[in-house]
Design a protein around this ligand. Structure first.
Ligand code: BTN
Length: 317
């Protein structure tokens, strides 16, 4: 059998550097270099003099090879990088995108030190969450990419239904459980006049941690899967489901447009037909959220006048 370095870290028992060197037919220095490379990919490998190396399975199945074995996609997750910590997966993947990384590249972090939310907000990303960014190079016009937020919201909500949950969607980018935010989506892009260079879809899902891991000021409006299910879930399994559902909807949107997605989105919405307040950059407006338009905007009835909203924060009143 011809061995690869990963073969020695499928279980978490110790393996000596000497044994690895012998089986791979390389020097001990080369073994050390390969271990360093694995560590840079997110593998947490302990090295103890006299005993050798062993994998610390803190990563919960989120390492590239483990995920690849379970993924049922062709595009999303084509390249996977798992990091133990990073400032933000958005920043990390942007650098890869600028260097020409392929569509479907996925960057996961076990923790983020400076996670970013919409409108310049901080996104708290403690250990146990599902924090990842996906690189897309979609064949859409720049004005259409906005609707990708709705697409990913639908894919996440459908994936969460498998856990017996009843998620709902809040325009434009929140997934809620029991009216509390469990997941946020951040879309960042590089656009040219009439074409899209790339889009980065950042997804932050509060998974396996209690709500007390988040700062007090955001606890009232947030929840986590751990909080609602009372148990930890297999994050890798959930991630694979999300990627599979997203890819299916994405390929469909390329073929047939976004209308079917918008219609599913509406059926999952928690706000349509209700009185809401929308915080825009400089003002707030109130009205009934009556529809999501074909272009993805929110249609508000403000005292009989219809207004289309393209970005903002909405709240039930
Ligand atoms: C929001 O609701 O404001 C969007 C939150 C998006 C958070 C995710 S976590 C993974 C990726 N990296 C980041 O820094 N942000 C996104």
């Amino acid at each position: 059998m011809s061995y690869k370095i990963h073969d020695f870290f499928k279980k978490s028992s110790f393996v000596s550097g000497e044994e690895i060197a012998k089986k791979l037919q390389i020097s001990r220095v080369a073994v050390h270099k390969q271990i360093q490379k694995l560590r840079s990919q997110g593998y947490i490998i302990e090295g103890i003099r006299g005993r050798g190396y062993r994998l610390i399975p803190r990563s919960d199945g989120l390492l590239p090879l483990e995920l690849k074995a379970r993924l049922e996609t062709n595009i999303l997750g084509r390249e996977i990088i798992t990091l133990e910590t990073v400032d933000s997966t958005q920043n990390f993947i942007r650098e890869l995108a600028e260097k020409g990384a392929p569509e479907g590249t996925l960057v996961i972090a076990l923790e983020q030190e400076a996670g970013r939310g919409r409108m310049g907000r901080k996104w708290f990303s403690p250990e146990g969450g599902l924090w990842f960014s996906i690189l897309l190079r979609p064949p859409f016009l720049p004005k259409e990419i906005y609707k990708l937020t709705l697409l990913f919201g639908v894919a996440i909500a459908i994936s969460l239904k498998n856990y017996g949950l009843k998620p709902s969607l809040k325009w434009p980018n929140d997934v809620l459980i029991n009216q509390k935010k469990v997941c946020g989506i951040l879309l960042e892009s590089s656009l040219e006049a009439d074409r899209v260079d790339y889009v980065i879809v950042g997804i932050g899902l509060n998974a396996n941690f209690p709500i007390t891991s988040l700062p007090e000021e955001i606890r009232t409006n947030s929840t986590s899967l751990y909080e609602v299910l009372n148990r930890k879930i297999d994050r890798a399994e959930l991630l694979c489901k999300i990627l599979k559902n997203s890819e299916y909807l994405y390929l469909n949107a390329i073929k047939e447009g976004f209308l079917p997605i918008i219609s599913i989105w509406k059926s999952l919405s928690s706000m349509l037909g209700k009185m809401v307040e929308v915080k825009l950059l400089k003002e707030s407006i109130r009205g009934i959220a009556i529809d999501i338009d074909e272009d993805g905007s929110l249609v508000l009835n403000e005292n009989g006048k219809l207004k289309k909203i393209y970005s903002g924060d909405i709240q039930l009143i």
